[in-house]
Design a protein around this ligand. Sequence first.
Ligand code: ATP
Length: 232
Amino acid sequence: MSASVIDAQVAMSCQGLHKHLGEGETRVHVLRGVDLELRRGEIAAVVGPSGCGKSTLLYLLGLLDRQDQGQISVCGENVPLDRDGAHTRLRCEHIGFVFQFHFLLPEFSALENVMMPMRKLARLNEDDMRAQARSLLEQVGLGGKTQRRPSQLSGGEQQRVAIARALANRPSVLLADEPTGNLDLKNSMMVFDLLTRLAREYQQAVLIVTHNPELAARCDRILRMEDGLFVD
Ligand SMILES: Nc1ncnc2c1ncn2[C@@H]1O[C@H](COP(=O)(O)OP(=O)(O)OP(=O)(O)O)[C@@H](O)[C@H]1O
């Protein structure tokens, strides 16, 4: 296999990521040189004790915060540290998020919520956005509830809308922080299975932060973090 073919399989990577948080006496060296490579179609779990830096890493990889040192690449493109515009573009084009709390917009229907990321990219016209959002909601089993607002859906259904929204722009990387953290066991498994099935179908890389050992065991790879570093 040639080098370029191998590179095309890498959805996201980072080298030597360092991050401090806080000021003065409360300043903490949270990430201490994290290296990671995520390949298309793989589902990796990040596990580790509370406070070891899992969410901080997810924020950096999601281009929602900046590292102090180190390099992040998305689909082979190095992310510049100093250009907000480039961050926003790369985030919208390549990265989807699912958080513990879905952050759906309460005043909008499920359909409108799924269309939101598409509107930001503005690649499709209104009819195509609507058709694609409807199809995504069908895939997560909510084809009959597209006009409902979040408050008219159950917790598991809301999280499935959040997954459809995260997939709206067909991201190369899906970052999930405790995506099933507020769901019961049955719904957790349903949401997790859906997330992983769709990710494999679309050949996305998925990084899931979880405290749930059962979910971690169902991933392709488990990355253990301790004190700001991955350990064997
Ligand atoms: N704004 C901040 N100022 C100072 N320290 C912070 C700040 N935010 C987070 N921290 C510290 O950074 C460390 C890493 O936090 P992070 O949220 O990444 O941990 P985590 O592994 O995701 O934990 P959990 O499993 O509990 O969610 C923790 O020690 C936390 O107290």
